[in-house]
Design a protein around this ligand. Sequence first.
Ligand code: NI
Length: 382
Amino acid sequence: MTIKETDSLDEMLIERRRELHRHPELAFEEKETTAKLKSWLTAASVTLADLPLETGVLGVIGGKKPGPVIALRTDIDALPIAEQTGLPFASEVPGKMHACGHDLHMTSMLGAALLLKERENELNGTVKIIFQPAEEIGEGARRVLETHLLDDAQAICGMHIMPGLPVGTVGIKSGPLMAGVDHFIIDLNGKGTHGAVPEQGDDLIVVSAQIISALQSIVSRNLSPLDQAVISTTRITAGNTWNVMPDHAQLEGTVRTFTEQTRGKIEQRMNELVTRIAGAFSVSGKVHYLRQGPPIVNNPQLADLAEEAARATGLKVVDPEPTTIGEDFAYYQKQMSSLFVFMGVSGNSGLHHADLVVDERAIGKSARFFAALAEQLLNKTE
Ligand code: NI
């Protein structure tokens, strides 16, 4: 396939994006999506690696000239949301929707693949483009890494659409961009009693209230005012009726942080508060602190290269606000230097919203940006 005019590339990518948008598939069920991506890449003679996963695709471009291996990444899964955009190409699958822009991510990276394929003989190294399954459940990146097919990659770049940024802009940040995501469950156990005779047992409801309030002191009193974190208790379960004190209470919630140090401090302080407050009321308190995705911390050199690539492809660079939302792209950075950017799409609504409509001109722009960035990376990676 030859791409003579940029207009025709843009139009083709928009058409394919609509095709993907009509047929969203949830995490690890992206079979049709995988088949479509494979056929589009194969039609452009892009080599496909033998990815030992049921869904997802790995395209390999370059290798004609010696040089490093770098990677581009897109996610491919949709969400269990019933679309309410009224678009002519709205989801045809009841209760499922590409409401997180992964259809735009896929077609942006597909476009980058086609552009890089045209320059394959000139590339100083190899570009691997991973179409990763199951981002929404935080599993896909780890499964891809377990295949070891990215072991030779020295750097990886990825994107997320950002509805709040206008089309034609890209948010590039050196350092922390997206939060580490943790999940906590707190179990309190004591002696139940009649609601009329509290002195004969324990009141786990009162203890829960003390703990929930105290958890809010961690961010305000134990972290530096310049540090950022969120602790949200999102569920309380205790008791069954109006006149009995329960013997068990459970609290659940999430912690979002931008550095491993803050993360460690919060986990430690949460344990102290829960065991000591529970101890003060002579009940037992235990924290189950479940670490999920780490924070995304962008490599400064890659951020500089991305700014150059943005300028070269006519995108305006803006400094994005970090977000407390998490992304499983963060797992890749444990193994290679990484950069994640926010692409402006002039959205009418937020991510994961049923009425989200975006400006599709962002796709061609992202494709050219990532193709330029990949070439820069090949040229500048030692
Ligand atoms: Ni997403």
